[in-house]
Design a protein around this ligand. Structure first.
Ligand SMILES: [Zn+2]
Ligand SMILES: [Zn+2]
Ligand SMILES: [Zn+2]
Length: 266
């Protein structure tokens, strides 16, 4: 039996790897007072049935939990291992302290290899016991669909330079950051979307991210009802760039929240 249930997806951060403002920069975006020009590192929170699943734990993870008053976490999905997506990993200890339990993480083998290298103390036996280190249950994913706490998530393999990274589709919302190429087999999984969140780094070309022009071209192919660009660099001042985008395509900003539906298993 299945029945339609609601979820929300909130973007906790929409900035590129440096965050915006970028330290030591006084460009028009970094000095802007527009709150949409203040971008923490990319992350998204999926909320349903009083459960929280986060996509990525970047360096701003702790600040994002405080800012949005998020108290609990049921699982983490990782897109890839670049530091702007994993840098806050140590701070999941706060979740461990409160839940008195390990936290399930879902990631591909490349992400695990690098996460366990960078945060080796959490993955090797140093004879440490108790709650001094992040405590996780590792679940390896690469494609297909997974179910976490009763919600089905479709894995969207993406290309990010020479790296395979993961996007995720929940109901009719897809989250695809850090990519400059989407394989046809993944495009086939992205039909009939209401909302697409897509990498759109900056106007100039980049060898591991879609620039604005490429993101627009890709968005038109995917043809979601609404597309929001994320992983945004300081070369983009929200108010100026957004008015140049075609209808149906906008810039995301920190805190924007989308509602979706999924087929519950209850
Ligand atoms: Zn990134
Ligand atoms: Zn700047
Ligand atoms: Zn990356």
């Amino acid at each position: 039996m299945s029945n339609e249930e609601k979820f929300e997806l909130k973007l906790l951060g929409t900035g590129t790897s440096t965050g915006v403002p970028t330290i030591s920069c006084d460009c028009i975006t970094c000095t802007s007072t527009d709150p949409r020009d203040k971008r923490l590192r990319c992350s998204a929170l999926i909320t349903f049935n009083n459960k929280n699943i986060i996509i990525d734990t970047g360096p701003d993870f702790r600040q994002q939990f405080l800012k949005y008053d998020i108290k609990k976490l049921n699982a983490i999905l990782y897109t890839h291992h670049h530091f702007d997506h994993i840098g806050g990993f140590d701070d999941i200890r706060g979740i461990n302290f409160t839940s008195r339990d390990t936290l399930p993480i879902y990631l591909n083998t490349e992400t695990l290899k690098n996460l366990s290298r960078i945060f080796s103390y959490a993955f090797q036996d140093y004879g440490e016991t108790g709650k001094g280190i992040p405590m996780v249950d590792v679940n390896i994913i690469s494609d297909g669909t997974i179910e976490i706490e009763g919600i089905e998530i479709t894995i969207l393999p993406l290309v990010h330079g020479s790296l395979e990274v993961l996007g995720f589709r929940i109901g009719d919302i897809a989250y695809c950051t850090d990519t400059n190429s989407i394989p046809q087999s993944t495009l086939d999984l992205m039909k009939d979307l209401d909302v697409l969140i897509l990498d759109g780094l900056r106007p100039m070309k980049h060898n591991t991210h879609f620039n604005i022009e490429e993101a627009i071209d890709q968005a038109k192919i995917i043809n979601a009802k609404r597309t929001y660009l994320t992983h945004i660099a300081h070369q983009i001042k929200h108010s100026e760039i957004e008015k140049s985008l075609p209808s149906g395509i906008k810039l995301a900003y920190d805190g924007i929240t989308f509602s979706g539906k999924f087929n519950g298993k209850n």
